[in-house]
Design a protein around this ligand. Structure first.
Ligand code: ADP
Ligand code: ZN
Length: 725
């Protein structure tokens, strides 16, 4: 322990720097994990005091050490969390500083104890109005937030908000940095579990009591009561006065989950996601660090919060690929969650109706214990599933729904029951083409088609967000009225539904319409109130929702997912269709699912129709074994990008040429990435394939550390990649 004069090693929040040593001024009590401000050149930079032995450095003379400036008044990061940070940095080939940045997200940790100041319009209209002031007054309503957040929300500059504030248009509020949240109660409203559920529940409760590291795969069909069962484990952890982390794949799912949690435990858990206001962030961060808050529900970043005494981790919908982060530190939240549980020495539950191949493999290896819930709860039966062969049951020209599906929709409408059409494509049409010259409208920044969004009358790139107005004429040959939309997106399917059933009440559910937890809450309320007859949605509707009156599901195009041809294409299609099918008939009324396909005999489609999960998994696992693909071997990708294509190509080639020659370690490429340009940067990829016995990270780190490249070139490593574009 360091007191006063000692030397400490500090990781600064600066990815370009390694750990630096400082001296501790008289009277400051800095221990490993302490959050401090340290001098760097003329500036003060935040950092965390680290264990001396973790990162050996050439020690500089004690006399030359500069003293730390300040010790922040928050609990030090715990040893298990520090080990997790080190593991994450090592495994994903990231700098400890960039992982630390996720832990200390948005400066919440460094902010002092002073209350945050927020403002809210008070109805005073300033004498001198400008268009911007007008805009702000119209946009803000009764929003209460900081000046920066208000400016953001109103789409005006901070100066405009400050100006309005000076003129007295806002009331000022001091939001305290601490709060006492009402606490969830273990036995607020318990449910009676059925036999299967009780058996699994008992095992999980025992695991929480035992307080040892152990991963469980909670594998139960959709609607079998996985949530009810893991609630039992949560109740036990609450009884033990421990904290619980629940990871969800999508922030849109948090709102319905918060309600459900409150019904069971009498109080809402703390939410953690990118949509939080700064003041909530600060408050939640501190409430968790102090142990005051007990339960967190969050997206992947909640994984790195500084829990005071974590007792249990739940990863719900654990198969979801959105747990994989694709920029910054490219980590997989499911896998890091397991490592966190290991370091904290606690049980972790991965819940899914369609577990990932990797997780099933861990069960076979004996690392995870599988807990099965074989049947739906109560009288609810699994829906019947039927393939519709689009080469025989042909939709009329210019339409996408097969006659059989249209009839079924009509029947369902008559019965007053709800239907869901699933198509994993946002917008109206994925491609706009000129009938005269054949020109396809591409994104100027990416190798990707611009997607027509008819609701907003614009074309949008789904990779970089570039938008342009719908052109009147072909940008290539200038021909007018020659542009045609090719293929369907959800908007187009919704148009077709409206043409067929003008009286039906429809809703489109995509990330364009459900972009916040509040929007998701509105959608759920409308569905529950029966105000929607037919939902058309993307993968966003395949997750977690429970609508008792939803009895018909139509999968518009089951073949799309198989086109990508990457490693997990078949698995992902299987999971997605099984999940969306799982939305049907979740209560007393039976459900029916139609799957439109041009390949009714494909193995994936057959497995879905026959509900042959185990058969599908066995076949897929064998195929992976035969191809020496993960989980039987390991992959990593190196992505080289630059605004200058020849520069990117040159660096990629240089990396390829210097590849180490190690038994069981092969490097393929470089080759232009399938998405050869992204956000204006040219991209080249190398793929590493390694035996499980090879220390992939060590080899790659040693290899890349010796190389140099121009500053404008970015080299990123993606360990266990999920995206191959
Ligand atoms: P899953 O998470 O496996 O999809 P849920 O936990 O959401 O399943 O359960 C599906 C539905 O059945 C929910 O409405 C849930 O409240 C209800 N349910 C499940 N088990 C029970 C139980 N033992 N008692 C009462 N309702 C239950
Ligand atoms: Zn783009």
């Amino acid at each position: 322990m360091n007191r006063g004069s000692d030397r400490v090693r500090v990781i600064l929040l600066n990815a370009a720097l390694g750990p630096l040593d400082y001296s501790v001024p008289e009277g400051m009590y800095a221990v490993p994990g302490s959050i401090v401000m340290a001098p760097l050149g003329p500036r003060s930079v935040p950092g965390v005091v680290w264990d001396m032995e973790s990162f050996p450095v050439d020690e500089i003379d004690a006399k030359r050490l500069r003293p730390l400036r300040e010790l922040r008044d928050v609990p030090p990061l715990s040893a298990p969390l520090r080990r997790l940070i080190e593991w994450t940095a090592q495994y994903y080939l990231a700098s400890p500083a960039s992982v630390l940045r996720m832990v200390l997200s948005s400066g919440a940790a460094f902010a002092d104890n002073r209350p945050i100041i927020e403002y809210r319009l008070n109805g005073v209209v300033p004498g001198r109005m400008t268009p911007q002031r007008e805009q702000a007054l119209n946009a803000l309503g009764d929003t209460q937030a900081s000046i920066g957040e208000l400016a953001n929300k109103a789409g005006v500059s901070v100066a405009v908000i400050r100006g309005l504030e000076k003129l007295g248009a806002f009331d000022r509020f001091e939001v305290p940095a601490f709060s006492v949240t009402s606490l969830p109660k273990a036995s607020f409203s318990k449910v009676e579990l059925n036999d299967d559920q009780a058996r699994v529940g008992d095992i999980l409760v025992a695991a929480v009591k035992k307080a040892k590291f152990k991963p469980y795969l909670l594998d139960g069909v959709t609607g079998s009561g996985k949530t009810e069962v893991y609630f039992e484990a949560i109740a036990q952890a609450l009884t033990q006065d421990q904290q619980i982390l629940i990871l969800l794949p999508e922030i849109a799912l948090t709102e319905p989950f918060l309600d459900r949690f409150k019904t069971r435990f009498g109080a809402e858990p703390v939410a953690w996601h990118s949509g939080l206001k700064q003041s909530d962030r600060k408050r939640n961060w501190r409430a968790l660090a102090s142990g005051e808050a007990k339960v967190v529900v969050g997206a992947r970043s909640a994984l790195f919060l500084p829990y005071h005494n974590l007792g249990l981790i739940i990863v719900d919908e654990a198969h979801e690929v959105s747990f994989k982060q694709e920029d910054g530190v490219r980590y997989h939240a499911r896998d890091v969650a397991v490592m966190r549980a290991m370091h904290e020495k606690i049980p972790i539950v991965l819940a899914s109706a369609t577990p990932a191949i990797e997780s099933r493999h861990q069960v076979e290896q004996g690392t995870y214990e599988q807990l099965e819930l074989p049947a739906r709860f109560g009288t609810a039966a699994l829906p019947t599933v039927e393939a519709l062969d689009l080469t025989r049951d042909i939709p009329p020209k210019g339409s996408w729904l097969a006659p059989t599906l249209v009839n079924a929709l009509e029947e369902n409408l008559k019965k007053g029951e709800q239907s869901l059409l699933f198509l994993n494509r946002r917008g109206f049409a994925p491609l706009t083409l000129c009938r005269t010259c054949g020109h396809r409208i591409n994104c100027p920044n990416c190798t990707a088609w611009m997607v027509e969004h008819r609701l907003t009358r614009r074309l949008a790139c789904h990779h970089c967000g570039h938008v342009m107005p719908q052109p009147e004429k072909c940008p290539e040959c200038d021909d007018e009225d020659s542009l045609v939309a090719c293929g369907p997106g959800v908007e187009r399917i919704c148009d077709e539904v409206k043409m067929l059933f003008p009286e039906a009440r429809t809703a489109i559910v995509t990330s364009d319409t459900i972009w916040s937890p509040a929007k998701a809450g509105e959608f759920v309320a409308q569905m529950e109130a029966g105000a929607i007859d037919i939902v058309v949605g993307t993968q966003l509707v395949t997750k977690g929702y429970h609508f008792p009156n939803l009895t018909l599901v139509g999968v518009v195009d089951a073949d799309i997912g198989l086109e990508g041809g990457d490693l997990r294409a078949a698995e992902r299609s299987f999971q997605q269709i099984a999940q969306v099918a799982g939305r049907a008939g979740r209560a007393e009324k039976p459900g029916h699912v139609y799957v439109q396909t041009r390949m009714p005999n494909a193995a994936v489609i057959q497995a879905i129709i026959k509900n042959d999960r185990d058969g599908f998994y066995a076949a897929e696992l064998e195929a992976r074994r035969a191809a020496a693909a993960p989980p039987f071997a390991r992959l990593a990708a190196i992505i080289v990008s630059s605004e200058d294509n020849s520069e990117a190509m040159e660096v990629a080639r240089m990396i390829g040429q210097t590849a180490p020659k190690v038994e069981g370690f092969s490097v393929y490429g470089p080759a232009p990435a399938p998405l050869a340009m992204l956000r204006g940067r040219h991209r080249h990829r190398l793929l590493i394939h390694a035996h499980r016995s090879v220390e992939l990270q060590v080899i790659v780190r040693d290899w890349l550390e010796q190389l140099e490249w121009p500053r404008a070139v970015r080299v990123g490593v993606d360990v266990d990649p999920y995206s191959f574009v």
